[in-house]
Ligand binder design. Structure first.
Ligand code: MG
Ligand code: ZN
Length: 362
């Protein structure tokens, strides 16, 4: 909920470059909570694949404000490190970077902003919590591959709830240090399965539910993502100052890398279930901005045929890697209208700052 402020020179520079003025227009109230949902590798084809196997319906359709995001990094085609860093910090950077700008300087993330302003913060992912997308919100490292160094960065923050895989990066480390013990010393409840988390009355909570990443939905992950989201919201929403929560559907991307349409579509439907859970909360709460977007598209997926009654899809792929196409930005709740139109991925960070009423010149 708080942390030492050490990014000031960098931030002042970025404010002068972008010319953003953060104070909200007269009469506009800042939002209390922001839930940012990232479908890794989720382009419009991946969404439509989910729509098809789900027989013509997705919770995503409940969201009426839609825009697009230009995903390029300092390369035409981004990776998840640079894509995550753009969304998290408002900086376009080099592929592989985690929370640092193109020159390698650490840049403060929206999660760190929220923490500093007294809000509760959390992250949920189906990959290792140290993997590129979540790492971009909490760590500042030159390379996404330094998982054990990234794990240690969690101890430098006061994140209230994190749930995902990655236990090995905390506990089975080359340096022999057991970071789960350090987390406990810092006051965290460390949980190894979702049932343990369900019993906890308050944070901070470190949910390290698998050694590296969680299983594929196809291999029996079941309802773990939605349940993790439910528990994270339950724990975070008790904070009187509001919260920031990042949720990643991590493995849509991995289905794309495998050129496996079944993997993509099932991960997409599972992510959409979590979207439904979030929208149910946001509808009742009324003070929560929900953004659902992606860091990039993966696979160059085309849907060449299909059947909305049987859920069958004929898929084609142009690559086993990411592509440079725009990805959709769905937004719901107060401030959601600001996310329509075509925008830079980095604009999403500045709009979230504005929605929270944080002034990036200070
Ligand atoms: Mg990812
Ligand atoms: Zn990828």
């Amino acid at each position: 909920m708080k942390r030492v402020f050490y990014f000031l020179p960098v931030l002042m520079l970025s404010a002068s470059i972008t010319g953003f003025s953060s104070p909200l227009p007269k009469g506009e109230k800042p939002v209390r909570n922001i839930i940012l949902m990232i479908g890794d590798g989720m382009g419009t084809s991946q969404i439509y694949a989910g729509f098809t196997v789900n027989r013509g319906h997705l919770n995503l359709e409940r969201i009426k404000n839609i825009g697009f995001s230009k995903t390029y990094s300092t390369s035409y085609v981004t990776d998840s490190g640079a894509g995550g860093t753009a969304l998290a910090t408002g900086h376009k950077t080099y592929n592989g970077a985690i929370g640092v700008d193109a020159a390698g300087n650490p840049v403060k993330s929206i999660l760190e902003w929220a923490e500093e302003k007294g809000k509760a913060t959390g992250m949920v992912a189906t990959c290792a919590i140290t993997h590129a997308t979540p790492a971009s919100f909490i760590s500042h490292q030159a390379s996404r591959n330094d998982y054990e160094i990234i794990a240690a960065d969690f101890l430098k923050t006061d994140i209230d709830v994190f749930i995902g895989g990655g236990l090995n990066h905390f506990k089975k480390r080359k340096d022999g240090v057991d970071l789960t013990a350090s987390l406990r010393q810092k006051g965290y409840s460390v949980a190894f399965n979702i049932d343990e988390i369900k019993k906890l009355q308050q944070g901070p909570v470190a949910g390290l539910l698998d050694s590296v990443h969680e299983p594929r939905w196809l291999d029996g992950r079941g309802n773990l993502l939605t349940e993790s989201v439910h528990e994270a919201i339950r724990l975070l929403s008790s904070d009187k100052d509001g919260f920031f929560l990042m949720i990643e559907g991590s493995q849509i991307d991995w289905g794309g890398h495998s050129n496996d349409i079944n993997y993509i579509a099932t991960e997409m439907v599972d992510f959409d279930k979590a979207i439904g859970e979030v929208l149910d909360f946001a509808e009742k709460n009324g003070e929560t901005l929900v953004i659902v977007t992606a860091d990039h598209e993966t696979g160059g997926l085309g849907l060449n045929g299909g059947n909305l009654e049987t859920g069958e899809i004929q898929a084609g792929f142009t690559t086993k890697d990411h592509t440079g196409v725009m990805v959709p930005v769905f937004s719901f709740g107060p401030f959601s209208g600001k996310f329509s139109g075509i925008q830079e991925n980095t604009d999403i960070f500045y709009k979230m700052l504005d929605a929270f009423g944080f002034d990036n010149k200070k």
